[in-house]
Design a binder for this molecule. Sequence first.
Ligand code: ZN
Ligand code: ZN
Length: 250
Amino acid sequence: MKLTVVGCSGSFPSAESACSSYLVEADGFRLLLDMGNGALGELQRHCGLYDLDAIFLSHLHADHCIDMLAYFVARYYRHDGGRADPIPVYGPEGTEQRLTTAYGDTLAASSMSEVFDFHTVKPGTFEIGPITAHTELVRHPVEAYAIRLEHGGRSLVYSGDTGVSEALNELARDADLLLCEAAFTYGKENIPDLHLNGREAGETAARAGARRLVLTHIPPWTDPQVNLLDARAVYPGPVDLAAPRASYEI
Ligand SMILES: [Zn+2]
Ligand SMILES: [Zn+2]
């Protein structure tokens, strides 16, 4: 698998990065994890507008899904006059309704489904093209999922947004790469079941025995170097800060 960071800013975009969005490629199949603010523009650096094969939305906070509205426009009103064929969109209960409502009342209730084939995510295992996906509920104020992707004997785990989560520890067991949120600063913000800090992300990777840790979803008001040092203090493996356009072969 190849992981490319499309956007990694937490909660709102920064001057340098769009919000959460990650492109995963395997055997020519392209899966996008989340599509936060600004992601659609950045995505076009990495593939054509209509080259995605599937989309997974970890949860329905705007910084993870709001560019689906812009992407709907691109698929529904193609400049050649046709509609783009529906691609699978995996998301929590109510994803289609939420996106339709956010778009506004000019849209017929069924329009989204003309270009997106919505599937409701539950905890479990399913196939996304050539990739096997395992999902688990994590700790966040809304229904939110972490996902483990397996292909060719390798594994990538994405935390989505979560506080400290036993389910994430298990899901990330022996992962080749753990892409983990670290929105908070250790010793500063401490709100349960919302976000991890750098230290907690490092502890998650250490407990799981993950082989590599990439910290993401750091908001513009948080110092990423502090979170990086906090993670390195508790996790002995390689730790990176996610950056737009960075890519990893897994
Ligand atoms: Zn978020
Ligand atoms: Zn969130």
